[in-house]
Design a binder for this molecule. Structure first.
Ligand code: AMP
Length: 411
């Protein structure tokens, strides 16, 4: 029972093939620089010893259709897929499902029209995601295909949490509201956290922190997203690699009117030149930490700001949830940076949150509990697996649509 997960960007295609009877990743890869003379496919394949072999191929790939054929030929050569119709399903990551989708859906004409309709809310992502869907439908017409939305998990937010304090027509006519993103990551770690806590998902209250190049926090009550830090777009909320996160909206008028910076330039400034990069010149947290350790004051300030803002959201979400069972760190930074985890939780023992220094520094690639003995709230580090979450939702959506039993599926 093989399921492929596809994440199509404007010049890239990321993919993963799972055997869903055992939840095993058979192979994955990334085709980058589509449209350039040196497009590169980096592919990993599970070998018989249970490790991954890597293969890299470079050749010109003019557009996405050719990119798909290239990936399929490599998958077939490596005997991951003998032909695309062998697949039980294909799951497409789609960034914005607006307020139309609370869960994954089988792709049909209406779904395609809706993904197009919401493209103005995610202009960098939805059109590219659609391109992947169109090519995959063309190349594998007999395989059921599912759209899995980054926004869907947060559709459970109540109105007082998702509305902005703007005149009602802004919402009714222009869909201006908070949607939230990283839903597949927050959803995946929430399920894992519930398993680790030994409770049903519906019974747990969690604060999940997805800290990667993009970063967001979520308040999860009874297993459902009640609030999240990203808003109408992924720009709101925590400080990120290159995005500013929360700021005063009046700053836009000030920059436009007083500094003569155009709206397009402001958009670029806030999305690609701000965050860690804006404060200290680099957006890679490993490099920021290295500079800070060498006494670079800008890098030290960047880490202070990054962690302070996480702490503010933790405090806010404790208030939203009332009772918190666990705080969960995930994403490249959340999984790998003891400094960020320690600083984000520092001084929160009055809220029941205290990190054990030794457990925190000992975390290495695996799931771990890092709270101090005196901490009533568990602090978990859970490596995220958005691809597996998308594969699961793909499978569940198809099984439901076909009225099949669920037993043969891994959980
Ligand atoms: P992601 O977007 O989830 O892939 O995460 C990327 C971020 O994780 C980058 O800022 C990396 O610098 C950061 N990261 C990865 N490994 C480490 C590490 N060992 N220590 C600190 N940050 C890390």
């Amino acid at each position: 029972m093989k399921v492929t997960v596809i994440n199509t960007g404007s010049s890239s295609i990321k993919y993963a093939v799972f055997d869903m009877s055992s939840c095993i990743l058979l192979g994955s890869g990334l085709l980058e620089r589509i449209g350039a003379a040196d497009s590169r496919l980096r592919h990993r394949r599970l070998n018989d010893a249970g490790a991954f072999d890597e293969l890299v191929r470079t050749r010109p790939v003019a557009e996405h259709r050719e990119g798909f054929d290239f990936i399929l030929s490599v998958a077939s050569e490596l005997r991951i897929l003998s032909n695309p119709d062998e697949l039980f399903g294909i799951g497409h990551r789609v960034v914005h499902g607006g307020d139309a989708y609370r869960e994954a859906v089988l792709i049909d004409r209406e779904v395609i029209a809706n993904i197009k309709r919401f493209a103005p809310l995610a202009p960098l992502h939805n059109p590219a995601n659609l391109k992947g869907i169109e090519v995959a439908l063309e190349r594998s017409p007999g395989v059921p295909q599912v759209a899995v939305f980054d926004t869907a998990f947060h559709q459970s937010m109540p109105p007082h949490s998702f509305h902005y304090a703007l005149p009602r027509p802004m919402y009714r006519e222009h869909h201006v509201r908070r949607y939230g993103f990283h839903g597949n990551s927050h959803g995946y770690v929430a399920k894992r956290a519930a398993e680790l806590l030994g409770k049903p998902l519906e019974a747990v209250n969690l604060i999940t922190l997805h800290l990667g190049n993009g970063a967001s926090a979520a308040a999860i009550g009874g297993g459902k997203s009640l609030d999240t830090s990203m808003g109408m777009t992924p720009l709101e909320g925590l400080m990120m690699g290159t995005r500013c996160g929360d700021l005063d909206p009046a700053l836009h008028f000030y920059l436009a009117k007083k500094a003569g910076i155009s709206l397009d330039e402001i958009e670029k400034l806030l999305n690609t030149e701000s965050g860690l990069k804006g404060v200290c010149g680099v957006n890679d947290m490993r490099e920021v930490e290295r500079l800070a350790a060498a006494n670079d004051p800008d890098a030290q300030l960047a880490i202070d700001m990054f962690c302070y803002r996480i702490k503010k959201y933790i405090g806010a979400y404790c208030a939203v949830l009332g009772r918190v069972d666990a705080l969960v760190f995930t994403g490249g930074i959340g999984e790998n940076s003891p400094i960020v985890r320690e600083r984000a939780c520092a001084g929160l023992s009055a809220l029941g949150i205290a990190v054990d220094e030794q457990k925190n520094t000992a975390v290495s690639k695996n799931e771990a509990e890092i709270q101090a003995d005196r901490s009533p709230i568990k602090i978990l580090v859970i490596p995220t697996n958005e691809e597996l979450e998308i594969a699961r939702q793909t499978l569940e959506t198809i099984i439901r649509a076909k009225g099949m039993p669920r037993e043969s599926v891994c959980s």
